[in-house]
Design a protein around this ligand. Sequence first.
Ligand SMILES: *Cc1c(COP(=O)(O)O)cnc(C)c1O
Length: 404
Amino acid sequence: MVRKTFRGTFTQQEPIPEDAIERAVEVMRSGRLHRYNIADGEVSETALLESDFASYMGAKYCLACASGGYAMHIVLRSFGLQPNEPVLTNGFTLSPVPGAINNAGGRPVLVECTRNLVIDLNDLERKIQQSGARVLLLSHMRGHIVDMDALVALLTQYRVALIEDCAHTMGAYWGERKSGSFGVAACFSTQTYKHLNSGEGGLITTDDSALMANAVIRSGSYMLYGRHVAVPNASTFVDARLDNPNHSGRMDNLRAAILRPQLKLLDKNRERWNLRYRAVEAALRDIDGVVLPQRPSKETYVGSSIQFLAEGLDKENVQDFITRCQARGVDLKWFGSHEPVAYTSRHDTWRYVEPQALPQTDAVLDKLCDMRIPLSFSVEDCRLIGQIIAEEFVYSVTGSEHHC
Ligand SMILES: *Cc1c(COP(=O)(O)O)cnc(C)c1O
C-alpha cells in the first residue's frame, strides 16, 4: 500500500481578492488611511464597512475596531462591567476570550463543555446561581453552536445578558437567524485565520444604542462619531462622549478596503468550506474510536476547522497519533497537552484566572483533536487528509497498517 503524504500548508490562506487589492491601492494613493481622515463629503472606507456589515448581520449598529479580542473587551466595558465582576464564559475556548474579560476588569467564571464541544447548559445554570453573574460571554468555539433556543430561554429566566463571540461563526446560522443576532452584542474577528482576512481586525454588532455609543467613544473616536454611519443619532452621544475613556483601538481604511469585497464572498465561501469539511468528515465517520461532534439540524456551520475526539486512544497514544499524522504532512492540534502549543491552551494554564475545577471539560480536552481547513486546500486535498488521519488512527489503535 502506498502511504501518501500531504504537501499543503495549513496556515496558507487564499490571496486577497483582486478587487480588494485594487481598492486598497486606491486608499494608499489617497494617503487617507486613518478612518477620520476624510475628504469633503467623503464617507470613509471604515464607515462603509460598518454599514455593509450591519446590513449583512441585520443589526442596527456596527463598529469596526483593532481586533476580535479588543471587540470583546470594549463590549464588556461598554455594557458597564464593574471591577472584579464575574463574567460567565466557556471553559473550552481560545485565550483571547478570558484575556478580554481580564482586560475589561472582570473575573472569568468558567463553564463546562459537552462532548459536542458546546457550553454545558446544566453547568451554566449552576454557575449562574453560584456566581450571580449578569453576563455570559459565549464563545461559539470552533464554530459549534449550542442549542440557542434553550440557551436564550435559560438566560432570560435568570436575566443574564448574552454577548456572543462569533470569531468562528461569522456566516453561520442557528435556524433562520444568524449567529451573532441572539445577544445584546456580538464580536467578530477579521484576523488572518478567521472568515475574513485583514491581518488583524474586529467588528461589533448590536441593536443597543447606548452600548454602541459607549463602544464608539471607547474605541478612540475622539468627538468624530458624526463620521460614522452605522451608529445611533447624536443625542445618544451627549453623555457617552464624556462618560467613556478613550481606549484607542480603531480600524483603519486600508483594512476596511480589503474587507468590504471579501464580505460579498462570505456566503459562497461558507459552502466552499463546508465541502472541504465534509470531505474530511466522511473519511473519519466510520472509524472505530473516532467520535465526531453531533451537529444539530438547526445549525448551519462554517467548516473552517474540524474537531474529533480520539476516544479509542489513551492520552499517551494521542500524542503519538498526532506525531504520525504530522510526519505525513497533516497538522493536527491537540487540546490535551498541559503545555500550551500554538493556539491551543487549557484553562488550567491561564494562571491569571482563579483555578476552577472542570473535570468534564478536561476529559473532553484530553481526547480533542483539531485541524484548520484553509480554503487554499482543494476538496481532493481534504479527501487525502481525511484518509491519512483515518489510516494513522487505525494504526495507532491496532498497531498495524490499515488496508482499505
Ligand atoms: C481569534 C479568536 C478571538 C479573537 O480574535 P483576534 O482578532 O485574534 O483578537 C476570539 N475568540 C476566539 C474563539 C478566537 O478564535
